[in-house]
Design a binder for this molecule. Sequence first.
Ligand code: KG4
Ligand code: ZN
Length: 338
Amino acid sequence: KKPVYILGIESSCDDTSASVICDGKVLSNVVANQEVHSKYGGVVPELASRAHQQNIVPVVQQAIENANITKKDLSAIAFTRGPGLMGSLLVGTSFAKSLALGLEIPLIDVNHMQAHILAHFINDGENKTPPFPFICLTISGGHTQIVKISNYFEMEILGETIDDAVGEAFDKSAKILGLPYPGGPLIDKHAKLGNPKAFPFTKPKVGDLDFSFSGLKTGILYFIQKQQRINPNFIEENLDDICASIQYTIVEILMEKLKNSVKKTGIKHIAIAGGVSANSEIRTRLQLAEKHFGWTTYIPKFEYTTDNAAMIAITGYLKFLNEDYSDVSVTAKARLKV
Ligand code: KG4
Ligand code: ZN
């Protein structure tokens, strides 16, 4: 049997990424982060699109080179169709289309949120893959969802955020503290040195599997403003404790919702996915849940948590096996359901 080589291309937000996988095994996964946004405190869509245009050719070339193959070996090209920023998605979409046309190989469109989840099916020899059905908590800069996965492409959203995504909660809290974008990893870093019970923040009240983070953000803002009026050095003097307390509150919310979803569905195979699943506290708490609640948990490797093209390629591979190809008339879609 001929090996199947899939090139994956991801450009939905602020990372340009390309990856080659062979029969489900990752041969290369190149990610170009965009530094331009850090000083703006968030992703600037116009700058993101322009940076993708500059990065896409070298990133794809590097991915093919690192995989030790040539373009002619490729079996198909998978790309992120959505959801994401339109100007960013268009760069990857048009590039993937023209490359597939030029090489006369199938083009496969991929849903970015499905891909975050299906990253669990990357075969790297050591990882365990979840059995169907399983629950996935997908937590990123743009989404917060509890999804029931009955088969590779049979997904049902059981709950989601009614306002901000959890990544936004991290990033906006970080901004309040004067930390650069994206602040999630920095909160994680400072939290390691702080006391998670130092400052209690109020948890939101929402439906059993839904989320809300905008109230928490406002609560943090008012708390910090008040403390700064009393002591202008409050942030500097307490940064580690503040970060630990914010992270603790957010992870408590996430764990509570996961417990609710297990109660509701009876499913005890629990996965996490998306950029925020890189967070060390959620990873630890999930591992502990194996012992405490008898769950089997699935935690992705770091490189497959934040946006990457390996997850696009593996999703493309699973579609390729079903000959689920796209027509060249396919267009990018900013809003796309799981
Ligand atoms: O999945 P992702 O790379 O992009 C989207 O599709 O949104 O997620 C990015 C988000 C950002 O909000 C970032 O702050 C957050 O993931 N993030 C983290 C950590 N690493 C990344 N949040 C908390 N702790 C981390 N270690
Ligand atoms: Zn993402």
